[in-house]
Design a protein around this ligand. Sequence first.
Ligand code: ZN
Length: 175
Amino acid sequence: MNLPNPEQLGIVFYPDPVLQVKCAPVTDFSPSLAGLVLRMLELMHNAPGVGLAAPQVGVAIRLFVCNPTGEPGDDLVYVNPVLSDLEGSEEAEEGCLSLPLVQSMMRRATKAVIHAVDLQGQAFEEAGEDLLARIWQHETDHLDGKLIVDNMSTSDEITNRRLLKKLREDYAASH
Ligand code: ZN
């Protein structure tokens, strides 16, 4: 596929429709994919955030980056990720770079195994827990078009109502 010029990419915000589609598997491992990933890492760190999925920069492919510590050496890249062996359950507040200031209580598994390929298309798997496992679940949700506001509790809906209304108005005004 033809990827956009990475320099022109920025974070897209709710309710942009690209955030609500099922993303396509990555099949092209050309150098332009690495360019996209570098730009995503830059946008994630600048935000700052701990994870960013390709649809959040307007590219509907199955790829995300994350960095649970914020340290430059801890950047992680997952292409065509699939989660398995989900275990445990814990609720915690989550935010999302595509939903500035919105917080939603999300129940997630505390352990997971991720199967993915790297930028060269080489398969690997990793086990993760706690924050890392939570980020994996949040980001793989993005690849299926799911957002933290999709199934909010009534109290989260009330808390976030104004923020979401403002985001919808801003989106409508700029598109
Ligand atoms: Zn997110």
